[in-house]
Design a protein around this ligand. Structure first.
Ligand code: SF4
Length: 329
């Protein structure tokens, strides 16, 4: 479905410049942005991905991953075609890096589906949901009206102004912090680190529930020094932000071997030195997907795969010592 884009400026010679994300595509007549979702039509920027969804599924919230936001619930999960990064290890490259079939779901329809079948709302995920900006702006308030939550699973690559416009409607985000080094971002993702960091800080300051994921890629971002630097940066915002280290497997254009067990165990240990809640995903390492009280060590939530059991919480406090836990139930 085609709609006028919101953030762009008209340049000389019939060109348009997109102001939605830091890529800043400048497009001649008929040309499309690298996210595949907007183009220059008759000297105006038009959105072509409005409401066009690549997928609609009911997923466990833990799959996003969000471990501290309605644990054990399910959420309607959807997303557009395309992405504004071009990660060499993209797991979803077949829907993020090329055109793929979509179906149109209106904002009203999405809102009505958001609380069906026990869903707590809508997770905008799979590719890069911020490139769905105009659709999100129309859909998120309607989801809220139905009593649903809006969850973003994102690379965080958006300009500050559109981010600020959307933040009041976002309840929770899992933001990828792919590395703490800008060279990694430039070489592997095509993006730039500082914009992602800016999104994390601004979203946290706006009161959105934030969790962060860091995929550890063998030989690229998995040294103890880089892990410690990333952990320290997250801790400098808040030690209560949950951090998910994730195991990498070779995929798409990257052939580096899978993340070793030793690196994942070491990352978990480094993370726990500064942060209250650290997890390891994409692999089963005993205890690293459980939530324990940062004060007394009591098991609060036990997880195995997508099976979640709340065992030691009294509302949002540790049932044993009363410590306040950063969790929304
Ligand atoms: S949102 Fe798409 S068109 Fe706009 S600058 Fe980013 S990649 Fe380019």
């Amino acid at each position: 479905m085609e709609r006028p884009a919101k953030y762009y400026e008209i340049k000389e010679g019939g060109k348009v410049k997109c102001l939605l994300c830091p890529v800043g595509c400048v497009l001649e007549e008929g040309k499309e942005g690298i996210c595949l979702g907007r183009h220059n039509k008759d000297g105006k920027m038009m959105v072509t991905n409005y409401g066009e969804t690549v997928s609609l599924n009911l997923d466990p919230i833990e799959k996003k991953p969000l471990f501290h936001f309605y644990p054990g619930s399910v959420i309607l999960s959807t997303g557009p075609n395309g992405c504004n990064m071009s990660c060499k290890n993209c797991q979803n490259w077949n829907i993020s890096q090329r055109k793929s079939p979509t179906i149109y779901v209106s904002p009203e329809k999405m809102a009505s589906l958001s609380i069906a079948q026990g869903s707590i709302g809508v997770a905008y995920t799979y590719t890069e949901p911020f490139i769905w900006f105009e659709y999100l702006l129309d859909t998120m308030p309607l989801v809220r009206e139905q009593g649903g939550k809006n969850v973003m699973v994102t690379n965080g690559y958006i300009m500050p102004e559109p981010l600020q416009e959307l933040l009041p409607y976002i309840d929770a985000m899992n933001i990828d912090l792919k590395s703490i080094q800008n060279e990694f971002y430039l070489k592997i993702t095509g993006g730039r680190l500082r914009f992602v960091q800016d999104t994390i800080v601004k979203s946290f300051e706006a009161g959105v529930h934030i969790e962060i994921t860091n995929l550890l890629i063998t030989g690229l971002n998995d040294s103890p020094e880089q892990i410690a630097e990333l952990v320290n940066w997250v801790a400098s915002i808040s030690p209560h932000i949950p951090l998910h280290f994730s195991r990498y497997f070779p995929t798409y254009k990257l052939t580096n071997p899978p993340t070793s067990l030793e690196v994942l165990k070491s990352a978990y240990k480094i993370g726990k030195e500064r942060l209250d809640y650290v997890y390891v995903g994409n692999i089963d390492i005993s205890g690293t997907s459980d939530t324990v009280c940062p004060s007394c060590g009591t098991l609060l939530i036990s997880r195995y795969g997508y099976s979640t059991q709340i065992v030691g919480l009294d509302e949002s406090r540790c049932a044993s010592c009363g410590q306040k836990i950063n969790i929304i139930l």
